[in-house]
Design a protein around this ligand. Structure first.
Ligand SMILES: Nc1ncnc2c1ncn2[C@@H]1O[C@H](COP(=O)(O)OP(=O)(O)O)[C@@H](O)[C@H]1O
Ligand SMILES: [Mg+2]
Length: 384
């Protein structure tokens, strides 16, 4: 389809599935195996973190930041952690929007545990992301334009009834095309969802949440900890180009390779990150135990990893101490350099800098606290 007119609504968008030769070549299936192995390793690494809230609080925020940034909604991971807990309404607009993405990912996780992915779920997810009640687009006029040149890149199908039919076909494909590898199905459904573009805005973010939910639905992931948008934002030009290639040339293979590589690369990155988090947790426990033997408990250290911006109330809620004692504990943790006191409006927060640095950094390096004996360190950081 070389004479594709990007300015005309693509009402001829073909229904799924594409022909099987297009989407399940031997090479594609080989890459599926690699991605599946990486996913299995990620699942395993996550199981070794003693408190699952540690990862489920942190990694979706990284995902939310990157996925929002793909759409030019720019905030920092630091701000997201600062406002993640109770002060969401005090955050700036971009931070709020990224936090809503995180909320939508959590809500979606609950929804797929109860039932199958559906058009209604997509509507709910997009409504949460956008912070308003939405419905499938009823009017024409939605186009995708290049931010640089203003040129129209793509005009999605028009007509609410047509969009509903296309979405029915999309949902059916996700549930019933079980002879196709689930990772291939994830790639195909993501293209299709973006091509249908059912909403006036928020389609990219909703589609990227749906990808993670798809993996959860098919048991390839236990919790929403895959940070796939990291790969997409790093390869944004290819992401856009390959979506276009499917539309213009019905050429699926490069798109599917792209997504499979993304899953594999992101799994490996996330697995490494989780291992480092675990090592830092062990080392921190060792250090706090040595410096503050009367204050130390494993639960206390876990709170510092569950809430990298910690409040007195977090310790109280975790049943570690009453307010006054909890406040003393947090000050002691500041004295030994594990936490750092900051003001956020009228509130006092206790930041955990080493953990924030590890989460936000590309590299998985962190510096040991001074004063822990070397043999203790070796023991604490020994890979298992
Ligand atoms: N050529 C294309 N065809 C279909 N979808 C595309 C194309 N190029 C980009 N997209 C998708 O459209 C999304 C942007 O749509 P939009 O509704 O503005 O979502 P959001 O508000 O979440 O950014 C991109 O993130 C991408 O997923
Ligand atoms: Mg947008």
């Amino acid at each position: 389809m070389t004479d594709f007119n990007a300015s005309l609504p693509y009402n001829e968008l073909p229904d799924l599935p594409p022909s099987i030769e297009q989407i399940e070549s031997t090479q594609i299936l080989k890459r599926c195996i690699n991605a599946r192995v990486a996913l299995a390793e990620l699942k395993q690494a996550a199981e070794l973190i003693p408190n699952s809230a540690v990862l489920v609080n942190a990694l979706p925020l990284l995902e939310a930041r990157a996925s929002s940034e793909i759409e030019n909604i720019v905030t920092t991971t630091d701000k997201l952690f600062e406002f993640a807990d109770i002060a969401e309404d005090k955050a700036d607009a971009a931070t709020k929007e990224a936090l809503r993405y995180r909320t939508a990912l959590y809500e979606g996780t609950k929804m797929v545990r109860r039932g199958m992915l559906s058009t209604d779920m997509a509507i709910q997810i997009c409504s949460t992301v956008k912070g308003i009640e939405l419905d499938i687009r009823a009017e024409s006029g939605t186009t995708l334009k290049s931010r640089m040149t203003g040129e129209v890149i793509y005009t999605p199908p028009v007509g609410q009834q047509l969009l509903i039919e296309k979405l029915d076909n999309w949902a059916l494909f996700m549930h019933e095309a079980t002879d196709i590898d689930p990772l291939v199905r994830m790639a195909v459904q993501h293209y299709q969802f973006e091509a249908i573009h059912p909403f006036v805005d928020g389609n990219g973010r909703t589609g990227r949440i749906l990808n993670i939910l798809f993996l959860l639905q098919h048991g390839l992931l236990d919790s929403p900890i895959l940070y796939l948008s990291r790969y997409i934002i790093q390869n944004k030009a290819a992401y856009y180009r390959l979506l276009k290639t499917v539309t213009h040339e019905q050429d699926w293979a490069p798109w599917i390779f792209f997504i499979l590589d993304g899953v594999e690369e992101t799994c490996t990155w996330t697995t490494d990150k989780i291992k480092s988090i675990r090592e830092l947790m062990d080392h921190t426990a060792e250090f706090v135990h040595g410096q503050l033997p009367k204050t130390y408990s494993r639960e206390l250290v876990e709170v510092l990893f569950k809430q990298p911006y910690c409040r007195i109330g977090n310790l109280v809620d975790a049943g570690i101490a009453k307010r006054q004692t909890a406040s003393v504990y947090l000050k002691q943790l500041c004295d030994i350099g594990v936490l750092h006191e900051v003001k956020s409006g009228r509130e006092t927060l206790f930041v955990h800098p080493k953990y924030i640095e590890l989460l936000t950094g590309e590299e998985n390096v962190w510096v040991y606290y001074a004063g822990v004996e070397t043999d203790t360190i070796d023991e604490a950081t020994e890979p298992v």
